[in-house]
Design a protein around this ligand. Structure first.
Ligand SMILES: [Zn+2]
Length: 278
């Protein structure tokens, strides 16, 4: 599933390509009934809150609400009539010509301001947004007995964080993924939050997730670059059974909240705080 860096990156691309331009809007597949309402309007702005995107048009209170889900994807073409079909939503601007197609999203619908407020109010702070308040996440983690590895994926705690950032930030700070959130120290929360704020903009910029420190890059270690369709140099994500880049222990994996968690049992030892009675 695309993580928050993808939605923010696409929002930027939509704003660069379509911002303040009149657009032709259609739903070739017919499933986005709101597409007609937007035809001939001026594209105003796209913005992301975690994994949700909202796109506004001039003189229209409703906005397009998009959630990509597992398989949704945007495509951009430098032409007005690309030879494609079956997009949920197609947006075109002319001279210079550009077309965006959205295929397979979980959600693509017009939402009222009230509906959007309700969606955003449920989300935790998004490390990619300057208006994010980390204290909301801190308080929710402190109240929870769920493992921090579960809480890291909870969109009501960190909006936009997914499976890769979860595994990598916990690894980078040697945190036991199975430790209940309520035992996380304030300083550890600060490290996790600061790490997300530092790493996620790099993901927006580069379109891939890299999390390893310079001393663990392939050239520094004399190892081959990682080959993975998700790209990026990482410590543990999808590296189960391979040697930890720091200690050599085989990376572990286990399903947690429906997704595979990856961690190193030596670098992230079982916390003694797990045995403490509260
Ligand atoms: Zn290790």
């Amino acid at each position: 599933m695309p993580e928050g860096h993808v939605t923010h990156r696409i929002s930027g691309e939509l704003n660069r390509e379509f911002g303040h331009r009149e657009v032709r809007s259609t739903s070739p597949q017919g499933k986005f009934t709101g597409a007609d309402v937007l035809d001939g309007r001026v594209f105003e702005t796209a913005q992301a809150f975690g994994k949700h995107m909202f796109i506004g048009f001039e003189e229209l209170p409703e906005q397009v609400h998009i959630h990509l889900g597992l398989i949704g994807k945007f495509f951009f073409f430098p032409e007005a009539d690309p030879p494609t079909e079956n997009a949920r939503w197609r947006l075109t601007a002319f001279s210079p010509d550009v077309t965006m197609e959205l295929r397979g999203p979980n959600i693509c619908e017009l939402s009222t301001p009230e509906q959007i407020d309700t969606i955003v109010a449920k989300l935790g702070p998004d490390p990619l947004r300057p208006d994010a308040d980390p204290e909301v996440a801190r308080a929710r983690i402190r109240r929870s007995s769920s493992p921090i590895g579960v809480l890291m994926m909870d969109q009501q705690i960190f909006a936009g964080v997914g499976n890769i950032y979860r595994a990598e930030t916990l690894y980078r700070h040697h945190i036991d993924p199975f430790m209940p959130g309520k035992f996380l120290r304030g300083a550890e929360f600060d490290l996790l939050w600061d790490d997300l704020v530092e790493l996620m903009p790099l993901g927006v910029r580069d379109g891939r997730i890299d999390t390893v420190y310079p001393e663990h890059m392939p050239e520094a270690m004399g190892r081959d670059p990682r080959v993975d369709k998700h790209g990026g140099e990482v410590y543990v994500y999808r590296r189960d059974g391979q040697a930890c880049l720091v200690c050599g222990t085989p990376v572990s994996t286990q399903v947690l909240t429906g997704r595979n968690l990856f961690w190193c049992k030596k670098c992230q030892p079982r916390s003694r705080r797990r045995t403490v009675k509260d």
